[in-house]
Write a protein that binds this ligand. Structure first.
Ligand code: SF4
Length: 464
């Protein structure tokens, strides 16, 4: 969500004539887009802000803006602690940034503007997308749940759904610009429709995406097990461009802890969804999020999480050690778990999942996959004469190629998996086929535009 917000901030600023500068050069403006979900977000922010005191003293026209969840939370406190900051804006008024920057310049005074709720759905703002062929598309913002460890509802507000016609229009316009993959984005995507009273709206949206010609891949994140209904599994299974990958946060396998987390599903329901997904989409990869050491978690509760992991056989689990987030109910719960206990449970759980991930990856050796080549070639891939991308089920695949036929970003490559590690796959033979897509050409054009110092933002209002 924050990454996509950063794309909007970039687009807004490019539309005002700003351009990104290469690392190492002196910018006229620095914008911090903060995330309060991360641990020690405030320490990191104030530490980073301190680096700019000297620049501000030397160049008074240089500006610093702070936005995102931490700005929404700390508000005017930021200016008190870092008086050299020019603008503080919240999660509900990203679009106000250019005006606030101008006002700070004219009035020579810091501007703090925080709105309590969203006035306009932010995806009508210009966007400077990180990729020419793969795009985030917001379908909702905010969340109606009240998970006791989470600060999101406080800072992002209640769920606001975007009209389906507007979402589909944006996707069609993106496809016309060369995008071949979209990821539908929301705090709880399968609650989509709650705002306008349609419980099946998300499944219908997936099916409508299936009708968009030229859209090769549809992904979504994140669903909530409570709202996950069978119509979504059916839509996934029956819509060819919806990818066979489900990222569904488990958080804990203990019903007692799920209740304390105010996650309104139980382990049995979670495993039931996994079972139905596997029955209808046997080749689907399922990934999850797990929190270790939530207040009150006993050895038995921890074991219950391991038991669910053993049954679900996740391809990957993003595991987090519980730590207090100020302002959340869990932060003041009794029975906080000793950090050392959390640390050792985390290590055990991590190793436990590594083994499952490795075993699941091994099963893919010999299978043929389609890989969408990514924008960047890592150092190790470059040294080994490889490129990398994501398979349909979201595995990271490193692949070899013939020297004069290097796959380019946006290409769809068919190849065979020859080796497997817990977190990536390798295809060391030559590709079976390399398909140039609209995304390949869009990526090329974008690279040229950047090398010529041209802006690359798109304005949804104009492209529609
Ligand atoms: S579902 Fe829970 S964890 Fe996810 S954003 Fe909403 S409150 Fe936070």
């Amino acid at each position: 969500m924050n990454v996509h917000d950063s794309e909007r901030i970039g687009g807004l600023l490019e539309a005002q004539g700003y351009l990104p500068v290469p690392a190492g050069s002196e910018p006229d403006l620095v914008v911090f887009n903060t995330c309060a979900v991360r641990e020690n977000a405030d320490q990191k922010l104030y530490g980073s802000l301190t680096k700019y005191i000297y620049t501000k003293e030397q160049r008074p026209d240089f500006q610093i803006a702070v936005g995102g969840c931490l700005a929404q939370k700390d508000r005017g406190e930021i200016i008190k602690r870092a008086p050299w900051v020019d603008v503080v804006y919240g999660t509900h008024n990203v679009g106000a940034l250019p005006i606030l920057l101008k006002r700070a310049q004219i009035e020579k005074e810091a501007q703090v503007e925080i709105k309590e709720s969203l006035e306009h759905f932010p995806s009508t703002l210009p966007v400077r997308r990180d990729s020419a062929f793969s795009a985030w598309v917001s379908i909702s913002v905010g969340c109606n749940n009240t998970c006791t460890f989470c600060i999101v509802p406080t800072l992002r507000g209640v769920e606001k759904d975007r009209p389906t016609t507007e979402i589909l229009e944006e996707i069609r316009s993106l496809v016309a610009q060369g995008v071949i993959e979209v990821t539908l984005l929301g705090q709880n995507v399968n609650a989509y429709g709650v705002d306008f009273g349609d419980r099946q709206a998300f499944a219908k949206l997936l099916r409508s995406c299936g009708e968009i010609e030229g859209l090769r891949r549809v992904r979504f994140m994140s669903p909530h097990p409570r709202d996950f209904t069978d119509d979504v599994i059916e839509a996934m299974a029956q819509t060819p461009n919806v990818m066979p990958h489900l990222h569904m946060p488990l958080q804990s396998g203990s019903n007692r802890i799920l209740q304390a987390m105010r996650r309104s599903y139980r382990a049995e329901r979670y495993l039931g969804i996994v079972e139905r997904v596997r029955a209808m989409i046997p080749h689907a990869a399922i990934t999850t999020d797990i929190i270790v050491g939530f207040p009150g978690e006993s050895d038995e509760d921890f074991q219950a999480t391991l038991d669910v992991m053993a049954q679900a056989r996740f391809t990957a689990a993003y595991t987090f050690q519980y730590s207090k987030r100020p302002g959340t109910p869990a932060a003041t719960m009794p029975d906080q778990v000793d950090p050392e206990v959390i640390g050792s449970r985390y290590t055990f759980l991590h190793q436990f999942q590594e083994k499952i991930s490795f075993d699941e990856s091994q099963k893919l050796i010999g299978s043929e996959v389609e890989v969408l080549i990514g924008d960047h070639v890592g150092r190790r891939d470059a040294e080994r004469g490889r490129v990398a991308g994501r398979s349909e089920d979201f595995h990271l695949v490193h692949l070899n190629y013939e020297p004069d036929k290097k796959p380019q970003p946006g290409d769809l490559v068919r190849t065979v998996i020859t080796e497997a590690a817990p977190h990536h796959l390798i295809a060391s033979g030559l590709p079976i086929s390399i398909e140039k897509t609209a995304g390949s050409y869009a990526a090329e054009v974008r690279t040229q535009a950047i090398s010529l110092g041209m802006p690359t933002f798109s304005n949804p209002e104009q492209t529609r």
